[in-house]
Design a protein around this ligand. Structure first.
Ligand SMILES: *Cc1c(COP(=O)(O)O)cnc(C)c1O
Length: 389
């Protein structure tokens, strides 16, 4: 049985979240659910820094990505999709399947999306109706510089909608939805928020609502209009039976985050990331990807020569109870990913790096010296902080 979760999601789930969702579900047409949904919606608005409406779906993050696409773009319309990893590629598939014409802005996996490339792409694609990118491309650990890219999209004469996949970023990084004028922001319960899987959400801005209003009705289950009709302020409900228990857990997770405050939550992610990065560096592992220091969600490293990352990850779990992830797609043979999003504690990072050092020795690496753990402990001590859960 695994004990330490350093995954890119689902992430460690705090006890308060598990307790909240272990109770009998409330009736979703009663007052208790209305209060619950009000609380969660307000909590998500706080987290995403927005006054936009936030719609909740009983679906994983991919469902909410598809919802945003099919509600705000019509078949035959062109959108720019930035692709610097697995999840960018998934958005291309969703959009193509929905009949959109996708203009890809491609990068090698591990590279970051650059604002000037987005500007150039929009200049040669004057009919683009939207731009989609990942804030944190979880497959490679690369964080794209949203604050630099958003103004470029806003300034484009064709006024494309800006849609951000913040599935792994929401709760780990400042999103600044209103500040950056993000039209569609997508997130999910099981990543940095630290709840369990099953609920995802879209924050929908005024321009996105206007676009939605011009289009023919969206596919039935995803239709924004239906969710909005039921989301009456003060007495919101969900059009269909929602994942009530997961929403109870999400409410508890958001309560926990609000008690800490946004700045503390982001600082925790920076600190845990720094500790993991110090630990893997001390083990001699080569970091993967651009903007390493900005990668506060996941750390990707190259596996040592001759070591298969999937086999290493499987061994870490079965032998040491530590769950990490191998790379995805073309990186599956090269890269190991250590997640540090959500309620990760110092104890998790210590255990994870200790196990990684032992596992590398099991795969023929040098005998453990504790160098990884020493670097982790020094990072937390220097910061004067020892995060718990
Ligand atoms: C996890 C993830 C997704 C997919 O979310 P699911 O909940 O697994 O459907 C999409 N985008 C990013 C950036 C992710 O990290």
């Amino acid at each position: 049985m695994a004990q330490t979760w350093l995954t890119p999601g689902p992430t460690p789930v705090p006890a308060a979240v598990l307790e909240a969702q272990g109770r009998h579900p409330v009736f979703h047409r009663g007052r208790a659910f209305q209060l619950l949904l009000s609380e969660v919606t307000e909590g998500l608005q706080w987290l995403l820094e927005t006054s936009n409406e936030v719609l909740l779906y009983t679906a994983s993050g991919t469902g909410a990505l598809e919802a945003a696409i099919v509600n705000c773009f019509a078949p035959g319309e062109r959108i720019v999709v930035c692709v610097n990893g697995f999840f960018g590629e998934r958005v291309v598939t969703i959009a193509t399947r929905a009949g959109l014409v996708v203009e890809r802005l491609d990068y090698r996996w591990g590279e970051a999306v650059r604002a000037d490339d987005v500007a150039a792409c929009l200049a040669r694609t004057p009919d683009a109706r939207g731009v989609v990118l990942q804030h944190s491309e979880t497959s490679t650990s690369v964080v794209n510089d949203l604050a630099a890219i958003a103004p470029v999209v806003t300034a484009a004469p064709s006024a494309p909608l800006l849609m951000v996949d913040a599935v792994s970023a929401a709760g780990a990084l400042p999103i600044g939805t209103d500040r950056l004028a993000l039209d569609l922001v997508v997130g999910a319960s099981q990543k940095a928020l630290g709840a369990t899987p099953g609920v995802s959400f879209v924050a929908v801005g005024a321009r996105a609502w206007a676009r939605h209003g011009e289009l023919p009705p969206a596919p039935y289950y995803w239709d924004f209009s239906e969710y909005r009709r039921w989301a009456r302020p003060g007495t919101p409900e969900s059009p269909y039976t929602p994942a009530i228990s997961v929403i109870e857990g999400l409410a508890a997770a958001l309560r926990g985050l609000r008690e800490q405050g946004l700045d503390a939550v982001f600082a925790l992610h920076r600190l845990n990331a720094a500790a993991v990065k110090a630990g893997v560096a001390a083990l001699g592992l080569e970091p993967f990807g651009e903007n390493i220091d900005a990668g506060v969600v996941v750390t990707a490293v190259r596996a040592p020569p001759g070591v298969d990352p999937s086999a290493l990850a499987a061994h870490l779990e079965t032998r040491y109870g530590v769950v990490v992830a191998a790379g995805q797609g073309p990186l599956s043979a090269d890269v190991l990913r250590v997640g540090h999003l959500g309620s990760v504690s110092a104890a998790d990072v210590v255990a994870g790096i200790a196990a990684l050092e032992a596992a590398l020795a099991d795969f023929g690496g040098p005998q453990p010296t504790g160098a990884g753990v020493a670097a982790v402990v020094q990072t937390y001590r220097k910061a004067g902080s020892w995060p718990g859960r």
